[in-house]
Design a protein around this ligand. Structure first.
Ligand code: MG
Length: 373
């Protein structure tokens, strides 16, 4: 599929405070427009075009993209952009607001993937807050949030379909999905992201700056202990290892997986297992620990990080871990959706010293490195 990215940057953005229009303002060492264009500089996007206000030609000089003059309204600007691209035989176009410079690659990936199945696809987040109506700083009513979404961009379409839709739609529209739907096009909803914020108000610059300056790597450590109890096996790193005893715990007591999960939460500075899955909550009684690990990995992805590597040490006299280490690495890699060579599981005894030496329980420690996705 030959895909174009059409970045709409013709607005004046008066709500973002005094000064140059927001797209030309500095943000984390570059300009807003530079970050946004960079997000679409990818091998699966054949061309990038920028719709600008005719007064902004000087600001746009030197950008290595096709420049198109915008119109009086956003819809007109998009239409101008589509017309300018019309003879270049694109199969699809991603229409994106320049004011969303932090768009994660995964959001763009999902829109492109959905375009193989649907004439339109756009990212959104389900509304999770309660909704009120209000007037004069007083609540006047509530609204049902079921089925409500916060729309984001890029909004992707089959090229010919959205061009025809824009040619047929001469009124101003909220966004390109509205234009597409007015033309009868089906639009799939794909996963949006909180980081994909739209810079609208002055305070949004600081938020975007924090996101864009986010560390390239984050490191975390975890430690956990579980006591032996009666039983015939112990769960260690996702593998049921036969043993004369079991491990006591609120969940399945997988001490290795708990240490690893805490290391990920630690790297993200997002608390620990106990905060996300309180032992006081009966719904986690006997829970399989892969639920916790998957949650931590998903949270990392939401914050823009993927696993670099993880290293886990199990500390016990028995059972012997070595014969099961490969199966443990495979189980953890499967849960985390990574390769086995990103996961190490090793073991040590404590020379019969201390509680692990006396075989009262098993301890585990883990280190992880998260890398920016
Ligand atoms: Mg534990």
């Amino acid at each position: 599929m030959k895909i174009a990215a059409l970045i709409v940057a013709a607005g004046r953005g008066t709500r973002a405070g005094p000064g140059a229009p927001k797209q030309w303002r500095p943000l984390a060492g570059r300009r807003v427009v530079d970050w946004t264009l960079a997000a679409f500089d990818r091998p699966d996007i054949a061309a990038r075009a920028l719709v600008i206000h005719p007064d902004d030609r000087a600001e746009a000089a030197g950008l290595d993209v096709q420049l198109i003059d915008g119109g009086a309204t956003r819809s007109e600007s998009v239409r101008n952009g589509l017309e300018a691209l019309a003879d270049q035989e694109f199969d699809a176009v991603l229409i994106h607001d320049v004011a969303r410079p932090c768009v994660p690659a995964a959001v763009v990936d999902a829109v492109i993937a959905a375009l193989h199945r649907s004439p339109g696809a756009a990212p959104a987040l389900a509304v999770t807050d309660a909704l009120w109506t209000g007037a004069a700083a007083r609540v006047t009513g509530t609204r049902d949030r079921d089925g409500l979404y916060r729309a984001q961009t890029p909004q992707g379409f089959r090229f010919d379909a959205i061009l025809a839709a824009h040619r047929a739609h001469r009124d101003e529209a909220a966004d390109d999905v509205a234009v597409a739907r007015a033309f009868g096009l089906d639009v799939a909803i794909t996963q949006g992201a909180e980081e994909n914020l739209k810079i609208t108000l002055p305070a949004d610059f600081a938020r975007a700056e924090t996101l864009l300056k986010g560390a390239a790597m984050r490191i975390g450590t975890g430690y956990d202990v579980h006591q032996f109890c009666e039983g015939a096996h112990v769960m260690l790193c996702g593998v049921a290892v036969p043993h004369a005893r079991g491990l006591k715990g609120h969940s399945d007591a997988d001490v290795g997986m708990h240490a690893l999960t805490d290391a990920i939460y630690g790297a993200l500075a997002r608390g620990d297992i106990g905060q996300h899955f309180p032992p006081s909550d009966p719904q986690w009684k006997g829970a399989e620990s892969h639920i916790f690990l998957r949650h931590a990995v998903d949270l990392a992805a939401e914050m823009g990080y993927a696993l670099g590597n993880a290293d886990i040490t199990l500390i016990c006299e028995r059972p012997k871990v070595g014969p099961h280490a490969t199966a443990m690495r495979a189980a953890l890699a499967d849960i985390m959706g990574c390769d086995m060579d990103q996961v190490s599981v090793k073991a040590t005894t404590s020379e019969k010293l201390g509680f692990t030496g006396r075989e009262e329980g098993i301890a585990a420690q883990a280190s992880v490195l998260l890398v920016r996705a």
